[in-house]
Write a protein that binds this ligand. Structure first.
Ligand code: AMP
Length: 628
């Protein structure tokens, strides 16, 4: 079929379009209404229909192809590898579900999952989906303060965690960070279920902490039926950074998400039952939710969960996995490809990669040299796709399952079916012409799979995303342009969110953390272009007492101290690459930090319009700080 017609139909007749796609999943009870958009911007898909994500991802396939591989858990950190068939996955999920129920978890209760990339993390997510509990996975790289904020917002009854993760062969303890987070949080979970991997010693808190293996033993024969949920009930919360220090809980439904994923697996990722999918992301991010756990399984594919680095034991590890498991579709991020590009090329040539049909890259802009390099090495299509935690599946890409649309270097493609994408002028709100830079927005109703609201805060959902222009439009907070032929290009964020190695971080969160250092009175954090990671965070701090920073050694020590504060509170993932010390920060006369000007100076660009700057010498300070 022609993609242009397919797309047009999805925008002009969303009800008929999605009614058809809804056939891709199993429904326990049919829906009464495809779309309820009576209270915009809130969107309800498949109203009255009953379904379940775990049924569609696991049980459906356990019946049809029970002995085929479902979950392949590989860790080069602990040298382990285990393949679970759909039947085995079903049994493990039922055990975990029974364990959760025995700890008092039921429908609607939140379960926070703070885990490394081990099979039990997927069991826990699917078990929640099975019993109608709401999971909130927190990336294992986050530390106590980040965790505490999320605990207080989600108010989980149960936390599932582990003794430790592992990185580069070194254990990274989780339990002490979790204990500290629970201490810091006002909300206290009733129980903590802990997988003991034997990586580091772990003390269990009596009455609260429960050993996973022991409880599993008691539930070996558990048979836990699926809880059928109304399509618009909540499936999960996933926190993401925004412009304030407080992360937003992106809330997702059940039926719309299942349909959106099933459709994306058909039209964008082109996966078939019995094939193997390999996404190198982490379950802590949205890619991990949609395209490690739910999407591939809903499509009846085996999915690989990989714990480890891309270059350990050597840079051939991913390709050896592709060969061994005959991976057909692979999903990664440009940063990982840039890491591999620095390695000797023979590693890729050592393996038979003939099973691979395409490599999908997302999370950050894909630069042309990276795209060209990996394309010539692999000899398969490289498919950039652009989306966000909020949307749950690609906003832009090429839908090769519909038509063999060509890709364009540097462009993530064209709007995907269901997304009414426009580019608006930031100040006038008028639609931009071809090649004119503006803000990428989406007209409502958002298609199935997108966020329902901000968890517990409908007002924040409307105010943050839908109130930036005179007409209600969902703002992606990304700059973009559309060329003459309808291909889009993403040009970075319009807000204070930065993207480090494909990881989204809020500069405000990092600023708040740095401000808690006893000698910091004020700080600005900006994202600065980096060849490997896309962007890195760079901080400029004003000290209460500047004396310790008067010598190079003193500055170094202070910089290390500030970094340690961020490491401890937010996690190493948020640690700034540099902390500079200044006595003045560029601000407008009304006191607003001129972050874009600071960023421009760091990147050697013109600082832009400075008519409102309070004290121009502050810019000189930034320049000088960069040279010391
Ligand atoms: P996250 O919510 O963590 O997935 O981050 C979403 C943000 O990452 C988007 O708003 C973009 O700024 C950026 N992003 C994701 N995918 C792409 C892509 N393919 N090209 C350019 N930027 C991207």
């Amino acid at each position: 079929m022609n993609f242009a017609d397919f797309y047009k139909n999805s925008i002009e007749n969303p009800q008929a379009f999605w009614d058809n796609e809804a056939k891709l999943i199993d429904w326990k009870e049919p829906y009464k209404q495809v779309l309820d958009y009576s209270k915009p911007p809130f969107t309800k898909w498949f109203v009255g229909g009953k379904t379940n994500l775990c049924h569609n991802a696991v049980d459906r396939w356990a019946d049809k192809q029970g002995d085929k591989p479902a979950l392949i858990a590989i860790s080069t950190e602990t040298d382990s590898e285990k393949v679970y068939s759909f039947k085995e996955l079903q049994s493990e999920v039922m055990r975990t579900a029974a364990m959760m129920q025995s700890l008092g978890v039921g429908k609607g209760d939140r379960v926070l999952i703070y885990m490394p990339m081990i099979a039990e993390a997927a069991f826990a997510m699917l078990a929640c989906a099975r019993i109608g509990a709401v999971h909130s996975v927190v990336f294992g790289g986050f530390a106590s303060n980040s965790l505490a904020t999320r605990i207080d917002d989600a108010k989980p009854k149960l936390i599932v965690s582990a003794d430790a993760g592992s990185r580069g062969g070194k254990a990274v303890p989780y339990k002490p960070l979790l204990d500290e987070a629970i201490n810091l949080a006002e909300h206290k979970p009733a129980h903590v279920l802990l997988v003991n991997r034997g990586l580091v010693p772990m003390d269990l808190v009596a009455g609260r902490d429960v050993d996973y293996a022991t409880l599993r033993e008691q539930n070996l024969k558990a048979e836990v039926p699926v809880e059928w949920l109304e399509s618009n009930e909540m499936s999960y919360i996933l926190y993401t950074s925004g412009t304030t220090g407080k992360p937003k809980g992106v809330q997702r439904d059940v039926g719309g998400y299942a349909v959106a994923l099933a459709a994306s697996m058909k039209y964008i990722f082109c996966g078939n039952p019995g094939e193997t999918y390999f996404s190198t992301s982490d379950i802590g991010w949205v890619v991990g939710h949609s395209y490690i756990v739910y999407g591939p399984l809903i499509a009846g594919m085996a999915t690989i969960m990989y714990e480890g680095l891309p270059i350990r034991p050597d840079a051939g590890i991913w390709w050896s996995i592709v060969e061994k498991y005959k991976v057909t579709r692979m999903f990664s991020a440009p940063t990982a490809v840039r890491v591999l590009k620095k390695q000797p090329p023979e590693f890729m040539k050592k393996y038979d990669l003939s099973s691979l049909k395409a490599l999908y890259l997302a999370g950050e802009p894909l630069d042309e040299p990276t795209s060209q390099w990996i394309s010539s090495e692999l000899g398969v299509p490289i498919i950039d796709n652009y989306w966000q935690t909020e949307t749950g599946w690609p906003i832009m890409s090429v839908a090769r399952g519909v038509e063999n649309t060509p890709t364009r270097l540097g462009s993530p493609g064209v709007p995907m079916y269901g997304y009414n994408v426009k580019i608006l002028n930031e100040s006038t709100g008028e639609e931009c012409g071809a090649n004119e830079k503006g803000v990428v927005v989406i007209g409502g109703p958002l298609p199935p799979g997108c966020m329902q609201t901000v968890f517990g805060d409908d007002e924040r959902f409307v105010k943050t995303y839908w109130s930036n222009f005179k007409q209600p439009m969902y703002s992606t907070f990304d700059w973009g342009i559309r060329d003459n032929e309808g291909y889009y290009f993403i040009l970075g964020r319009t807000d204070d969110v930065i993207n480090v190695a494909g990881h989204r971080l809020g500069t405000r969160e990092i600023e708040e953390s740095i401000s808690s250092h006893p000698n910091v009175s004020e700080v600005a954090v900006v994202g600065v272009e980096d060849k490997l990671k896309g962007q890195v965070a760079v901080a400029f701090a004003i000290l209460k007492n500047a004396e310790p920073a008067s010598t190079p050694d003193g500055r170094k020590a202070l910089e290390a101290e500030v970094m340690a504060v961020v490491d401890k509170q937010l996690g190493a993932v948020a640690r700034p690459a540099r902390v500079h010390f200044v006595s003045l920060l560029p601000k407008t006369r009304s006191g607003k930090l001129l972050r874009r000007s600071i960023q421009a100076i760091c990147e050697g660009r013109d600082p832009g319009d400075l008519t409102t700057i309070e004290d121009p010498t502050s810019l000189q300070q930034i320049k000088t700080a960069l040279t010391v």
